[in-house]
Write a protein that binds this ligand. Structure first.
Ligand code: PEP
Ligand code: MN
Length: 276
């Protein structure tokens, strides 16, 4: 793929991003938590529940890029402090979104991974800023973007001297309306052919349907993904953001109980058969 210098497969063996001991690119990593940080009770309850079910990291947005300016926009610094408390209690590293280049340096003090959302994939000033932030970056695929455009955005971050980029396939816009987006699972093995960067999937924003999340997660494991990021809320019906697509802690636990045996089985197979 032309123009790629640092992200191209040929330049490096598989990148492993070490997030406080969680190794993205080596193990199948599960990031779970609510869409947005709403209250201390919500985050602490959810964090303890996902940890008990086997999650490796906690997600939660303190800054929410919403389609409508009248929707809940996130708690900002107050939300980050709540995430900090959850990390202290559970030990789970924090994944949280940053939307404004001016916020990157101080959000990085709370985040173990800085998330760049689909709507900001090509926000080049934001990409350059996170490239210099000294924190791993979770780069979501733009909902209208090709693999080449996406990898070029990773290249912007790598070029600033940050080697710790994790790609996230979160679904693309197609003519289908039954699902919120279309999960492009072929992106997983395709990215493995094109790049050394780890790739995880987001079964939540891609499907927008609770009933499809477990199946798509199992399919992602089989396709060779390095992990997943999934929305879990202690009381989904009360969520201020993406209420229809959040798993309950019980559903998450159930899914994890189905995922882990599949992973163990695939890990016991010769490497070539899992596309890694
Ligand atoms: C999110 O992770 O809550 C989110 C807004 O995701 P995306 O940018 O993929 O829509
Ligand atoms: Mn969401």
């Amino acid at each position: 793929m032309k123009n790629l210098k640092l992200a191209a497969r040929e330049t490096k063996k598989g990148t492993v991003v070490d997030v406080s001991g969680v190794k993205v690119g080596r193990d199948f990593v599960v990031i779970a938590g609510p869409c947005s940080v709403e209250s201390e009770k919500q985050i602490l309850e959810t964090a303890h529940a996902v940890k008990a079910a086997g999650a490796d990291m906690l997600r939660g947005g303190a800054f929410k890029p919403r389609t409508s300016p009248y929707s809940f926009q996130g708690l900002g610094i107050k939300g980050l402090k709540i995430l900090e408390k959850a990390k202290k209690e559970t030990g789970l590293p924090i994944v949280t979104e940053v939307v404004d280049p001016r916020d990157v340096s101080w959000v990085a003090e709370f985040a173990d991974i800085l998330q760049i959302g689909t709507r900001n994939m090509q926000n080049f000033s934001l990409l350059k800023e996170v490239g210099g932030a000294g924190r791993p970056v979770l780069l979501k695929r733009g909902m209208h973007s090709t693999l080449e455009e996406w990898l070029n955005c990773a290249e912007y971050i790598l070029r600033e001297g940050n080697p710790d980029v994790i790609l996230c396939e979160r679904g693309i816009r197609t003519f289908e309306t039954y699902t919120r987006n279309t999960l492009d699972l072929s992106a997983v093995p395709a990215i493995k052919e094109l790049s050394h960067l780890p790739i995880i999937i987001d079964p939540t924003h891609s499907t927008g349907r609770i009933s499809l999340i477990a199946s798509m997660s199992m399919a992602a494991v089989a396709a060779g993904a390095d992990g997943m990021i999934v929305e879990v809320h202690h009381k989904p019906q009360e969520a201020l953001c993406d209420a229809d697509q959040a798993l309950t802690p019980d559903m998450f636990d159930d899914m994890m109980n189905r995922l882990r045996p599949l992973q163990s089985f695939l890990n016991s197979q010769p490497a070539a058969s899992t596309a890694k």
